[in-house]
Write a protein of this length. Structure first.
Length: 243
């Protein structure tokens, strides 16, 4: 399951956000720049994605074997960074706008497992995250493999997923359904097309699918300016559907 889900659910809860009509037409483009990871880390891959985002995938000395980091940029700059382990568990995720970090609780009824998904074709999970502000969220869901696809020369497994995020009180905060992608070679998920519904009943459709995979030595490696969907309308759907 793609790590951005934990940050998204936590951000919605903290802000008390109702999904609404957001116009990004005419947004001022960010200046071109090349990103350098923190000292002791190596940038492995830059991914240009839908929804006007760029992902920088990197690894750091001193982390556990298999750990990976990703930093996300929009046309407004760096907005979040996250770390997964070799099983793609959400070890930590920081919303750089709010400054709040969510971390995985070590005890879980059923931790997410990439190896289980790839070996059996499905993986159920039920785990908790805790923010440094003290908030605990429970994440329950399932990933299923559905096929394969090639994007920009990369062979990826396609998945179908469902994720429900609950407050510690048991209140359902957000439910997400959609598709994502898995790279067996890279050992990680990439976002896809999904619908998320918040606690008010309002829904939003998004598409964070990868478009270009850029490696060291290729044009655009380390670039932070998003190339796709930056001049489109993003519309939140009210309860019951319709714009």
């Amino acid at each position: 399951m793609h790590i951005a889900g934990a940050a998204k659910a936590a951000a919605l809860r903290r802000m008390g956000q109702r999904l609404c009509l957001v116009l990004v037409l005419g947004a001022s483009p960010a200046l071109a720049a090349e990103w350098t990871p923190p000292q002791g880390c190596r940038l492995d891959l830059t991914v240009q994605q839908r929804s006007c985002t760029v992902a920088q995938h990197y690894r750091c000395e001193g982390d556990a074997p298999g750990d990976q980091w990703v930093a996300y940029f929009t046309d407004e700059g760096l907005v979040s960074q996250s770390r997964i382990d070799a099983e793609t568990r959400w070890m930590e995720s920081t919303d750089l706008v709010s400054g709040i970090t969510d971390r995985l609780d070590p005890d879980a009824r059923d931790h997410a497992s990439l190896s289980t998904l790839l070996q059996t074709g499905s993986d159920d999970f039920d785990f908790w995250t805790r923010s440094d502000s003290g908030e605990r969220l429970r994440h329950i869901g399932r990933d299923d493999l559905t096929g394969t696809v090639e994007i920009d020369g990369e062979t990826l497994d396609t998945t179908r997923f469902n994720l429900r995020t609950f407050a510690e009180s048991g209140e359902l905060l957000i439910e997400r359904n959609g598709s994502q992608f898995v790279s067996r070679d890279l050992g990680r998920f990439f976002g896809g097309a999904e619908t998320s519904t918040d606690w008010t009943g309002e829904a939003q459709e998004t598409n964070d699918s990868p478009v270009r995979f850029i490696r060291r030595g290729e044009a655009g490696f380390g670039g932070t300016t998003p190339d796709y969907d930056c001049n489109m309308q993003m519309v939140g759907l009210p309860a019951g559907g319709g714009a």
